[in-house]
Design a protein around this ligand. Structure first.
Ligand code: NAP
Length: 520
């Protein structure tokens, strides 16, 4: 029998009372560990986080909370090798892909630690300047933000067991709000180990960080009006969360990051052998293959001028042909596996659906896996699809195949290209490729309306840009419409979600005292 991982709630480690769910190695099919949350006293768990954890965090200044983040980052850095081993075993990732998750999480924590230190001794945030409400300024209004007196519940997706926790926990803890994380079951091991290391190191106050692994049953029922919930996952589960009475009746604030059919757009006016085409091809291939395409930000649709359709297909295909797929423990492998056999089946099913309206322009599926049994391993080869009818073939704008799959499509003129980009109905990110600053800026302005982030790749940033799909803590993560309507990160803007805003109306001397008390 494999080890049953413990949950950390109400300030102590507690194992579930049921048999649990077994987590598997997606390449070898071997059982690894089990998780279970049966029988946990959830009301007590949430109350402890709210009362004990919340009170302790709110008593600290921003600079002191920032120090906590730096301490958490140091603990994680010291145990990094163990996380790489767990990620290889449970997520099937090669080292570069593990880095996106593990090192990306540590980097985000460190970044918030720096920003938080700069906030100094404040405990609440002054929001804008005071405005006059009465003659001679004798009575004024000043907005402030104070940490919400509740808990932040994170329900996370399987693809980022590390970064998915820390990118949310960093702004929450810095705001003074305790965290309860429920990782996706398939890859919960890494999240659990990281939380265990941080708790065991004693760097956070009791109740500041809790983890519940296994079923999500009953979690939403615990939420009270001052709590917040941040969900990352599929649009279907997002709809269930949104319709819960905690949100519909008690106004629990929610942030939803759901699926997204992101695109890359090559502007008109470039030759087949131009830098713009080369940069687009490289980025599309990279996005399709990093983490086996299991990134919510990955490029799913590629929009190019009609005349370049064939040459772009060839350029992307040439890049994909270099991708070796299989067991991530083998040095020759560049792309590991999907997180589970269930995800493999889901990707094949999505691919079959898209193939009813597209054809394969590059199809790696006949290639042999390296060091992996295709009957067991959840390894998927990259497939570039194409359609000459992007207007009529609606599925390509609708189905997110969460694997190494993207679809190339031609546009007639720029207006048509932009229209197709907007058909994602709200996405996390689009990238634009070209050289003319004015044309790039005009297209960015247009696409910003339906994309949480617009990433512009011109030859002068070829070696410097941060990558279409890489989520940087400095920039907003989240998109409108189908992408969930959420907004995370973006520097200190992320703290807004964990605060309550209030307008304080008073005499100037009281507002002055309020400003000073922020620094008490
Ligand atoms: P999922 O099935 O919706 O699961 C997400 C999380 O919700 C898991 O922790 C899951 O727990 C939990 N859950 C399932 N049913 C629930 C319910 N009724 N109430 C409360 N929680 C529930 O999504 P997934 O398959 O793990 O993730 C893949 C999807 O996430 C993709 O569509 C991808 O686009 C999206 N994603 C988006 C972002 C973003 O930032 N926008 C980032 C990553 C992924 P169990 O695992 O225990 O079922």
């Amino acid at each position: 029998m494999t080890e049953l991982l413990a949950n950390h709630v109400a300030g102590r480690w507690q194992t579930g009372q049921g048999p649990g769910s077994t987590l598997l190695d997606p390449v070898l099919g071997a059982p690894l560990v089990r998780v279970d949350a049966t029988g946990l006293d959830l009301p007590a768990a949430f109350a402890f986080a709210r009362e004990t954890g919340g009170k302790a965090l709110r008593a600290l200044s921003h600079a002191q909370r920032a120090k906590l983040l730096a301490d958490v980052a140091a603990v994680l850095q010291a145990n990094r090798d163990a996380y790489y081993a767990i990620s290889t075993a449970n997520s099937g990732t090669v080292k570069n892909d593990t880095a996106v998750d593990v090192d990306g999480g540590i980097y985000t924590l460190s970044q918030y630690a720096k920003w938080g230190a700069a906030l100094g001794n404040d405990r609440h945030l002054i929001d804008g300047s005071a405005v006059v409400l009465a003659k001679d300024g004798a009575f004024q209004s000043q907005h402030i933000q104070v940490p919400t007196r509740g808990v932040a519940l994170f329900i996370n997706a399987f693809n980022f067991p590390s970064w998915g926790l820390w990118e949310k926990a960093a702004p929450a803890l810095l705001s003074g709000v305790p965290v309860i994380v429920k990782p996706a079951t398939a890859t919960a091991w890494l999240t659990q180990r990281m939380v265990k290391d941080v708790i065991d190191a004693g760097v956070l106050p009791p109740g500041a960080l809790s983890i519940i692994c296994g079923s999500s049953a009953g979690l939403m029922d615990q939420l009270q009006p001052m709590d917040v919930v941040s969900f990352t996952g599929s649009a279907d589960t997002a709809a269930t969360i949104r319709s819960h009475t905690a949100i519909t009746r008690h106004s629990v604030r929610s942030n939803i990051e759901a699926d997204s059919v992101n695109c890359a757009l090559l502007l008109p006016g470039h030759a087949a052998d131009s830098d713009a085409v080369a940069l687009l091809a490289r980025e599309v291939a990279r996005e399709m293959t990093v983490k086996s395409g299991q990134k919510c930000t990955a490029i799913r649709r590629v929009l190019v001028p009609q005349a370049l359709y064939d040459s772009v297909a060839q350029a992307i295909g040439a890049q994909l042909a270099k991708t070796t797929v299989g067991n991530p423990r083998n040095e020759a492998v560049r792309m590991g596996s999907l997180v589970s056999r269930a995800q493999y089946d889901s990707v094949q099913q999505g691919l079959r659906q898209l193939l009813t309206q597209t054809s394969a322009l590059h199809d790696g599926r006949a290639n042999a896996l390296i060091d992996a049994d295709p009957a067991i391993a959840a390894c998927a080869q990259p497939v570039l699809l194409g359609t000459q009818d992007p207007d009529g073939h609606a599925l390509v704008h609708d189905i997110e195949v969460f694997g190494p799959v993207a679809t190339l499509m031609p546009y007639r003129d720029l207006e048509h290209g932009l229209t197709l980009a907007h058909r994602g109905q709200g996405s996390l990110v689009c990238s634009i490729y070209g050289d003319d600053a004015s044309a790039l800026a005009t297209a960015a302005n247009d696409l910003a309306a339906s994309h949480g982030r617009v990433h512009i790749v011109s030859p002068d940033v070829a070696k410097l840009h941060s990558g279409h799909g890489n989520v940087m803590p400095q920039s907003q993560h989240g998109g409108p419409g189908r992408a969930g309507g959420g907004a995370e990160l973006g520097g200190l803007r992320a703290l807004d979600f964990y605060h309550r805003k209030s307008a304080i109306q008073a005499a100037p001397r009281v507002l002055q005292a309020l400003n000073q008390s922020a620094e008490a």
